[in-house]
Design a protein around this ligand. Structure first.
Ligand code: HEM
Length: 448
């Protein structure tokens, strides 16, 4: 089965055409050669960037010399109104300190404690799932947002504040759809940054609601009545180097990024995974057979049994990496594959292209979850599969997401059968994450 793939642009186009294509969608604005080149240089009057697909170069940028390649400051352009100085956008010592406080909340033992909240959200998603023709991206967003609220603040999505943040977020995304645009097409520093009025209003509304939740939580922590969830853990964690914990205002920034990074990405992956299963009914039945072996009230250790479901989720992350591209900046002149990379050049790492690279993967565009249990794929899996990035800046929620995704998928397939909706056209586009241009409608029927 060959899953939907966006068209590539012609190899040579004018700058104006490129900008126009880019504004519409970053994926289809790229030439087909990026699926077989190890590196590509883009140079115009306004920007100079290198897209790298060579696994050794990617390891150098992300893992071996990350300090030479900080996160591009241009990433901040679209994100500042919502995320302030959150861990997603900072660099250097400020970033290191934030990760020292955040990382312990996502360690293995903590994940086990978080599991009941993830399971409760998965069960609620099953109860909520409508039948008939269903817009599955919307259901997936709802489910992933529920997971985040239950794990962070011990409140379900139908809690008034959680529902308010979720609604406002949808508005925010509509007013600020392609956050990465600025990173590729830098504006000169003197151009005033005008965030649309709606973007600012939505960002403020979201931050006000999050601030209320964190103030309330700070009170509960002081009184000793706070639940033992991610918010409490992060708000009480003390940085071993400085002895300080997050101030209330900083906590608002971090909660905003947990909500954004933790819900948009998981929702995107879940929706694509359900589409993959709808297009491959034999694989869907194998998932259903595997989940039938789970007890009605699974616990954390039962998740290890969902091996094939996990491979389905992993294969989906390969074909539809929710974060399709990441941008770093060269902080000094370097050489990449004997080419000069000047200081300030933008370095683009594209999981989208790397995961479908013809020199690294067998039949790269096919949906083949069994590839993950075949020996031949051990090398690409290690070097050319980075849906969660790599190195010190790797996604702190990776372990969390690899429990949440397969569990949601398994419980949904246990109760429902998913098939393609007649007449639906699915074209992947890169918004905040990889989404379908016109949604993902599926036919949902309850299993007999
Ligand atoms: C399928 C689900 C997910 C995917 C594919 C994913 C992917 C990524 C990627 C690629 C990055 C690095 C971005 C860059 O460097 O430009 C990242 C960073 C991050 N992710 Fe995730 N993520 C997922 C789920 C989560 C969850 C569930 C959480 C938290 C609950 C989370 C929290 C974060 C945070 C805080 C960062 C910033 C880390 C830093 O810059 O140091 N993510 N994620």
């Amino acid at each position: 089965m060959i899953p939907p793939k966006p068209p590539a642009r012609a190899d040579k186009v004018s700058l104006l055409t490129y900008l126009r294509l880019f504004r519409a969608d970053i994926l289809s604005a790229q030439p087909a050669r990026l699926y077989h080149a190890w590196m590509a240089e883009f140079r115009t009057l306004f920007f100079h960037s290198f897209l790298i697909n060579d696994p050794a170069l990617i390891a150098r940028v992300l893992t071996d010399e990350p300090e030479l390649f900080p996160k591009s400051n241009r990433i901040r352009e679209g994100l500042t109104p919502l995320l302030g100085n959150s861990v997603f956008v900072t660099n250097g010592d400020a970033w290191k300190r934030q990760r020292r406080i955040i990382d312990p909340a996502f360690e293995g033992g903590r994940l086990r404690l978080t599991f009941p909240a993830i399971l409760a959200a998965a069960k609620a998603a099953v109860l909520r799932m409508p039948e008939g023709r269903v817009e599955i991206e919307a259901e997936a967003s709802h489910a992933a947002a529920d997971v985040i609220f239950r794990t962070l603040f011990s409140i379900p999505i139908d809690h008034a504040v959680a529902a308010g943040v979720f609604q406002e977020f949808r508005r925010y995304q509509r007013s600020q759809p392609i956050l990465n645009l600025a990173a590729f097409l830098p504006l000169p520093k003197w151009v005033p940054r005008l965030h649309r009025r709606q973007t600012k209003r939505s960002a403020k509304a979201i931050r006000d609601m999050i601030a209320r939740l964190t103030i309330e939580r700070a009170g509960e922590i002081a009184q000793g009545t706070a639940p033992d969830d991610l918010a409490t853990k992060i708000m009480t964690e003390v940085d071993p180097l400085t002895g300080e914990s997050f101030k209330p205002a900083e906590m608002v920034d971090q909660v905003a990024i947990f909500f954004l990074a933790g819900h948009e990405t998981s929702a995107s992956a879940l929706a694509w995974a359900l589409l993959m299963l709808a297009l491959a009914p034999d694989i869907q039945e194998r998932v259903a057979a595997e989940v039938a072996s789970l007890p009605d009230a699974p616990d954390f250790s039962d998740i290890a049994r969902l091996r094939f479901t996990r491979d389905v989720f992993r294969e989906t992350l390969r074909l539809y990496p929710p974060v399709p591209m990441m941008v770093r900046e060269a902080s000094c002149p370097v050489h990449f594959r004997s080419r000069k990379v000047p200081k300030g050049a933008q370095i683009v790492i594209s999981p989208w292209h790397l995961h479908r690279h013809v020199r690294l993967w067998t039949e790269p565009d096919s949906f083949d979850p069994d590839r993950w249990s075949r020996d031949e794929n051990r090398v690409p899996a290690r070097e050319a599969f980075i849906p969660f990035s790599a190195g010190p800046r790797v996604c702190p929620g990776a372990g969390f997401a690899m429990i949440e995704g397969p569990l949601l998928l398994a419980l949904l397939v246990k109760d429902f059968c998913f098939s393609p909706a007649p007449g639906a056209e699915i074209t992947p586009v890169a918004h905040l994450t990889v989404r379908s241009k016109s949604g993902i409608p599926l036919i949902v029927e309850r299993r007999a």
